[in-house]
Design a protein around this ligand. Structure first.
Ligand code: TRP
Length: 475
């Protein structure tokens, strides 16, 4: 890196400028994350803005994170990796906003260049699947997509597809938020009757966290039990640990290498904010999360077919991986995976961030007892109610920032009941304590049932799910 701080104009090539800009963007972001002094952040932002002006002068184009000059490789608008604006932070490692209602998801759709799941698409899913849409779709919890119409067009012409989702096993403890993509994926598997692959990225967690390989692998197997307890059909589901499967399946590794060859260090810096001091394992990891998007990574399931479309249900923070994947796919001769994105499951303390498995009080864990659930909700669930009963009765509560109400939109299936709760809370006839009680009564049996199902899952069952094998699927 040059240290002339942008004062020596002139001889820089577009690529040099681009690299400088990308590095400066990372610097601004890390200063912000580290909550550096304002003056220092401002100076770094000033330099960033100056570099952007220079870049435009030299290339005639606006700087776009992830899109190097001359080779506009990633077609989507990358996240605001330059950090120069005050937008919500959403990437695979950080989710935060200053808004109590949570992340502005409509803005995110524009920024990420995805599409809104509108009523028309929900209606179409109903028509094609012949089933009432899941309440996650009806309520906008899955709110954004890429190419879902194309998947449905093909399905209508008897062309099948497969599902791919995953989980990074960073601890033994999973919380209710982790179940959202799996609950929805199970519904998709049932209504479309298609195969599903689930990637457990124990390698990723080893690279990012202070854990041993053995720990990560063990968490993968433990998490697999919670995933299986969501009700997946063993004849249609393959769950794999990267640490096991990468070595067991040459076809998978070949696809990893193909992706690695087609993505530059500059691109992953732009997309993921990697820096020169990140270990090379992290830098190449995105190729491993990309590979399951291609049917030829699973020869036992799909034979030598390379053309079977993949649909990925995931939380929106995983989108950067798949923007990269979609960019590479046509260049290595594969179809682009389609995506369905969900919103985040808010922390008990409020929708400014998502639940974290490392903070026991921010989450309802799948291992919590009825008593723990009750205490956590009563003590920690952020309330949109008023300070006193009198005021609450008079002015009503605000369900838009109330975490108990938000959780009910995730887990209370009855639309009418939910609407009534919303009305009553807003009008003030339903008090915060009563709302919390409704949530507690929804969560307790739900978690208890999950624990019951999990207990029934033997090591042999896990083994079965995790063995590479043919699935019930007609090519
Ligand atoms: N990176 C994800 C995590 O940390 C795990 C993951 C791998 C994933 N492949 C995926 C999530 C596909 C959604 C879809 O949790």
């Amino acid at each position: 890196m040059t240290d002339c701080q942008g004062d020596c104009d002139g001889a820089k090539s577009p690529m040099e400028l681009y690299e400088e800009l990308t590095a400066q963007g990372s610097k601004v972001r890390s200063l912000k994350t580290m909550k550096a002094e304002k003056a220092e952040v401002d100076a770094a932002v000033q330099l960033l803005l100056k570099l952007k002006v220079d870049y435009k002068k030299v290339t005639g184009q606006d700087y776009k994170a992830g899109c190097p000059p001359e080779n506009s490789a990633i077609p989507d608008n990358g996240p605001a990796a330059d950090g120069a604006d005050d937008e919500d932070t959403v990437d695979p490692w950080n989710v935060s906003t200053t808004n109590a209602k949570g992340v502005d998801y409509d803005k995110l759709i524009v920024r990420f260049g995805s599409n809104k799941i509108d009523q028309e698409l929900v209606d179409r899913i109903e028509k094609v699947s012949g089933q009432r849409p899941h309440h996650f779709l009806r309520r906008g919890i899955f709110f954004s997509h890429r190419d879902m119409h194309q998947v449905l067009d093909a399905y209508e012409k008897q062309k099948s597809f497969y599902l791919y989702t995953g989980r990074g096993p960073s601890s033994e403890a999973m919380h209710v938020g982790h179940l959202i993509p799996f609950i929805f994926t199970k519904w998709l598997q049932d209504v479309f009757d298609i195969p599903l692959v689930i990637q457990l990225t124990d390698d990723e967690k080893y690279l990012w966290k202070d854990l041993t390989l053995e720990q990560c692998h063990r968490y993968a197997v433990e998490n697999a039990k919670d995933i299986i307890a969501c009700g997946f059909d063993v004849n249609k589901t393959f769950i794999f640990s990267d640490l096991d499967y990468m070595g067991a399946c040459p076809e998978f590794y070949r696809n990893v290498v193909k992706v690695q060859k087609h993505v530059t260090f500059n691109q992953v810096k732009g997309i993921f904010g990697f820096t020169d001091s990140d270990c090379i394992g992290k830098i190449s990891f995105p190729a491993i999360q990309a590979a399951p998007s291609f049917s030829s990574s699973f020869p036992k399931i799909f034979g030598s077919r390379t053309d079977i479309q993949c649909l990925i249900p995931c939380a929106i923070d995983q989108d950067p991986y798949f923007r990269m994947t979609r960019d590479v796919a046509p260049r290595i001769g594969y179809p682009k995976p389609a995506l369905l994105h969900s919103t985040f499951f808010p922390a008990l303390q409020g929708a400014q961030t998502k639940m974290s498995a490392s903070d026991a009080n921010s989450s309802i864990f799948l291992t919590d007892t009825p008593k723990q659930i009750k205490n956590k909700v009563n003590k920690h669930a952020f309330s949109g109610g008023k300070d006193t009963v009198e005021e609450h009765r008079k002015y009503g509560g605000n369900p838009d920032v109330d975490v108990s109400f938000m959780y009910l939109t995730f887990f209370l299936e009855d639309d009418e009941q939910l609407e009534k709760i919303k009305q009553d809370y807003s009008s003030g006839s339903l008090l915060t304590g009563e709302l919390k009680k409704l949530l507690i009564e929804t969560l307790q049996p739900m978690i208890a049932k999950h624990q019951e199902r999990r207990k029934q899952i033997s090591d042999e069952t896990v083994q079965q799910f995790m063995t590479p094998r043919p699935l019930n699927f007609n090519l």
